[in-house]
Structures are given as C-alpha cells and as structure tokens.
Design a protein around this ligand. Structure first.
Ligand code: ASP
Length: 317
C-alpha cells in the first residue's frame, strides 16, 4: 500500500516538472563521408535521443538518461566514441569521457581508455563508486574491469572509416593532421522530472592525435558541466580550445551572472566572447526550465532533441 502511494507520489512529482533532452554527435567540417551517410547519421541521432527520453518519461534520472543516449552513440560505428573511435598516431584507440550530475555537483571522468566498450559507463562508475573525479590510462581500464563493465579488444573499436582517417593523418605531418576537422564526439544533456540536470560527453578524440593526449571531453568545465542552479552543457570541437576557454562552465557562468537566456548564453560564448579564436566549438545545453540551447561555429554539428510536443528533431548543418 505504502509502496503504491510512493509510486503515485513519484509519478505526480515527475509530471509536475518538465523533462528535456538534447544530444550532439560532434562538430567540425563537412565531409564526403557525412554527406553519403546523412540518413544513417540522422537515424543514429534519433535512436540515441529516444533512448534517453524513454528513461525520462519513465521517471528515470537525468544522469541515467544522458548515459543511455551516449551509450547508444558509443555503440554506433558512425560516431567517434566507443566503437568507431578515432585512432591516435600509433594506430590505437584512446577514449575520453565524463559525466556530471547537476543535483549534487558530482562528476566522474576517464581518459585514454583502450578496452572499455562504453567509456561513459566507466566515467559514471568513477563518480558513483570512488571518491575521485578522473582516472586515466591502463589503470582506468583495470578499474572498468574490476567494475565488471564490458571490455573489448582494440579490433572491436577500429572501423574502416577511422582506419582510412588514420592513414590520411599518418601521411600528413602531426601538425597538419591536428588542423583537420574530421573529428567528432558525442554528448547529451537532460532535465529529469525531479528538476535535476545532467551532462555526459564521450570521444575517441582526433585522428592522428599524439599518444597520451587527452581532450576536453573528460575535463569537467571544458567539455562537460552540469549544475541544477544554471544548466547542463556538453561540448565538442577543438578540445584544446574548449579546455583553454573553459567553454562548458563559461556558459553556466553567463547564465548565472549575465542573466541571459540559455540560447543567448550559448550564442554569446560561442559567437561573441570567443569570436576571435580560430577553431571549432559546439555545445548543446539544457536548463532547469527545460529550455534547450545550442550553438556551433563549424560547418556542421550533428544534433537532436525532443521538442515541446515530444517529437524528435535532428539537424546536421
Ligand atoms: N573535443 C574532442 C576532442 O578534442 C573532439 C571533437 O569534439 O571533435 O577530443
């Protein structure tokens, strides 16, 4: 009886609050590969946003919703995260990911993973199971194994497309390869029925990156940030720039201190405050009122969201 009452109470709680979710599948240059695969990319975005939305509809948490959306894209060979990750200069996959819970300002992140099937799940385990925020390298893979999270051989992650990107990167000098914008990352932000925000980001980084390089996706405040008082943000683009310009946290600060709407804050940080920087920046974000904000300065940013009528919307350009 008590249990039934609690269930009813939870349902009412969930109904009182708006739910919202937005995702991205990476910002950067347009390419022949993207043009050829537009339909499947959109289908992948749709699947991912629905994976998260279903959790929110069933009164799940924003943290679980963003994790599910990112897992869906990590498992999709088209996106540069999990299966389909970019290869570093040594021809290996080295993945970064982070999650943040805006409810209690807790975060978990991993860097340079080479065997965990779903890096975002490992990041979440770091947050939930340890007192740390960021684990890196072989020890992070060992941690994932100790948590009984699925492991894969490197061959699982390496797709034909990324192998080709790697060959091209190898033919260029390292600096030339790093200038190319054929990267990608995946990310999600959500507001749950309890009024909590969360963000998650996961990437294979850029093809031909130096061994040991980690990007913004695993750096809290750069490529991932969530705080119930402001917003949740997931970033993509030139990792080094997102780190040095502290992009995700900047958006939250603009919302808090400048009193702009979320969309205005995204536009301000991407197009105005950082207008001078030469590089790609893209963000998706959501606030505690369920408003969604997105901005990018690149040719494309794969993205999808649920509109106010519960329909999936997706765009690439
Ligand atoms: N931000 C990612 C990184 O630098 C790459 C990307 O989003 O395209 O690792």
């Amino acid at each position: 009886m008590l249990w039934r009452f609690q269930k009813l109470k939870n349902r009412t709680l969930a109904m009182e609050n708006k739910i919202a979710i937005a995702i991205h599948g990476g910002a950067g240059e347009d390419s022949e590969f993207i043009r050829r695969n537009l339909g499947v990319y959109k289908a992948g975005l749709r699947e991912a946003v629905l994976a998260g939305y279903k959790i929110l509809q069933n009164r799940g948490t924003a943290l679980d919703a963003v994790t599910a959306a990112v897992v869906s894209m990590e498992d999709n060979y088209l996106f540069n995260a999990g299966k389909g990750s970019a290869l570093n200069i040594e021809g290996n996959v080295a993945m970064d990911a982070a999650v943040m819970d805006g409810k209690d300002i807790r975060a978990g992140a991993i860097a340079l993973l080479s065997h965990a099937k779903n890096p975002v799940e490992v990041a979440k385990a770091v947050m939930v199971q340890t007192n740390h925020v960021l684990l890196a390298g072989e020890a992070a893979d060992d941690f994932a194994e100790s948590m009984k999270l699925p492991q894969k051989e490197q061959s699982y992650f390496k797709t034909e497309h990324q192998q080709e990107e790697y060959e091209k990167a190898k033919a260029d000098s390292v600096s030339q390869a790093l200038k190319k914008k054929n990267r990608g990352t995946v990310g999600a932000v959500a507001l749950d029925g309890y009024g909590n925000l969360a963000a998650a980001t996961s990437t294979g980084g850029m093809p031909g990156k130096l061994a040991g390089r980690l990007g913004d996706s695993c750096i809290i405040g750069a490529g991932c940030y969530a705080n119930n008082h402001t917003c949740a943000v997931s970033g993509t683009g030139d990792g080094e720039l997102l780190i040095t310009h502290v992009i995700a946290h900047s958006i939250a600060m603009v919302v808090e201190l400048k009193g702009l709407s979320l969309q205005q804050a995204c536009d301000y940080v991407v197009h105005k405050k950082n207008a001078e920087i030469e590089g790609d920046i893209g963000v998706v974000s959501v606030d505690r009122n369920g408003n969604i904000g997105m901005a990018f300065n690149s040719e494309r940013m794969h993205r999808a969201w649920m509109d106010r009528n519960g329909n999936v919307q997706s765009e690439i350009y």
